[in-house]
Design a protein around this ligand. Structure first.
Ligand SMILES: C[S@@+](CC[C@H](N)C(=O)[O-])C[C@H]1O[C@@H](n2cnc3c(N)ncnc32)[C@H](O)[C@@H]1O
Length: 406
């Protein structure tokens, strides 16, 4: 919140709803206002920090009438730390807002009005769920934590309430053992991930190893380290995999952006042959050893950008029964959507961590002859506006070449 001396430049607004990105929407003085850290129906005094065209970016100076779903954010760093922007909402309101955000993106971006199954799987833990984190280092000012909201200044954090206990202990150890942060001189950030054997830290600090850790999800064992992507909220992974795979089985499955093989292993149990594609060599090394450990030799993992693989190799595959894609937040590149449309898998499962890019890509897939069968959400990131979504599509026509129009 802003200090009271900024009050002379303030205006009073009522928050209409929360938008994708987690900001509150209000209208005043001919502007569309986007208010950080708001709750729906809050009446607020806000200050406009920046104007871009007809859009003003505002922060709260005073809460005049709190929303019925507003609560006191428990974290002492709330508002300064850029991490958790939904702590001001009850957990139920967080879940409802995430469903609304997905509906809003599907409607506005993809013109999809299907009464989406509004089910969202809550997280078993609303706090202490985060098993992977990136900590920012500012060795000049001896700070370790997360970026401050809207900046790349480091917010010094001693305790983070969303970290799993093992990572909180590691944060304390790093802070105690590097009090001057001088040993971290050339470091800008530290990545950590918790597994059953402890915590993997990258890059390795004196006394901390980038060791390989593992986690059992369902009946599969996954090995990974801080240097390769692994999902954040491990408690939700079993239902996420179950939803993404559904009843899929058959001859050929493709797993795009496969990481260390989270979906590749269960797919290899159900399909005669599976191909996983992933650009990180560290991740593909783990994916291959995870398959070997599981004694699954019917899956091949290729190290390649998905767009390159699509252009150069996808046509070599016969009919594909099932294609799963789980891209980063930016979604799938145009060439990937075009490649999927040409490959024409009978069914697609799109696992997404950004409803806006999901909606953009679904629009293209639907235009190329796919029906949207279901959309189910998972609250992988409680206390933040982020949400994981699984969409299922099925082909309703023979292959058409996608024109690439946005
Ligand atoms: C959201 S993660 C999903 C990983 C895996 N499916 C999982 O659930 O653990 C996205 C993955 O895509 C990889 N990636 C990012 N851009 C890529 C690209 N252009 N081509 C291939 N892989 C990419 C990242 O390294 C990361 O492993």
């Amino acid at each position: 919140m802003k200090s009271p001396n900024e009050e002379d430049k303030t205006i009073e607004v009522e928050i209409e709803r929360l938008l994708p990105g987690g900001v509150g929407l209000a209208h005043a003085e001919g502007l569309t206002l986007l208010v950080s850290l708001a709750a729906p129906s809050d009446v607020l005094r806000v200050v406009i920090d920046r104007i871009q065209g007809k859009v003003g970016f505002a922060s709260i100076v005073e809460i005049l009438k709190p929303s019925p779903v507003r609560i006191e954010p428990p974290c002492p760093y709330f508002g300064r730390c850029g991490g958790c922007d939904f702590q001001q909402l009850t957990y139920e309101a967080q879940l409802n807002t995430k469903v609304e955000i997905i509906r809003d993106c599907l409607h506005r971006i993809a013109k999809i009005d299907t009464p989406l199954n509004s089910h969202i799987h809550p997280s078993p833990s609303q706090w202490h769920y985060r098993a992977r984190a990136m900590w920012q280092v500012d060795s000049n000012h001896k700070l370790l934590g997360y970026f401050e909201r809207g900046s790349n200044r480091v917010c010094d954090v001693e305790y983070c309430a969303v970290l799993v206990p093992e990572l909180q202990k590691t944060l304390e150890r790093v802070r105690n053992e590097f009090p001057e942060a001088t040993a971290m001189d050339r470091l800008r950030d530290i990545e950590v991930v918790a597994g059953d054997e402890g915590v993997s830290v990258a890059p390795p600090l004196a006394g901390f190893k980038t060791e390989i850790v593992s986690r059992v999800i369902g009946s599969e064992t996954y090995h990974f380290s801080a240097e390769a992507f692994f999902q954040i909220n491990h408690d939700l992974l079993e239902p996420l995999i179950a939803e993404a795979l559904g009843d899929a089985k058959g001859q050929t499955a493709v797993d795009l952006y496969c990481g260390v093989g989270l979906f590749t292993l269960p797919l290899a149990r159900r399909f005669e042959q599976v191909i996983g594609v992933e650009s990180s060599t560290r991740a593909t090394k783990f994916a291959r050893s995870n398959l070997e450990f599981a004694k699954l030799n019917n899956a091949k993992v290729v190290t390649s950008r998905v767009s390159d693989w699509m252009k150069q190799h996808a046509h070599l595959f016969g009919p594909v029964d099932f294609l799963l894609l789980d891209p980063p937040r930016a979604g799938a590149e145009n060439a990937v959507i075009a490649g999927i449309s040409a490959l024409r898998p009978a069914r697609i499962a799109y696992v997404s961590c950004d409803p806006a890019t999901l909606a953009r890509d679904l629009k293209k897939l639907i235009a190329s002859g796919y029906d949207l069968d279901s959309v189910v959400a998972f609250d992988m990131f409680p206390q933040t506006h982020h949400v994981e979504t699984v969409a299922h599509l099925s082909s309703n026509s023979p292959a058409v070449v996608f024109s690439g129009a946005a």
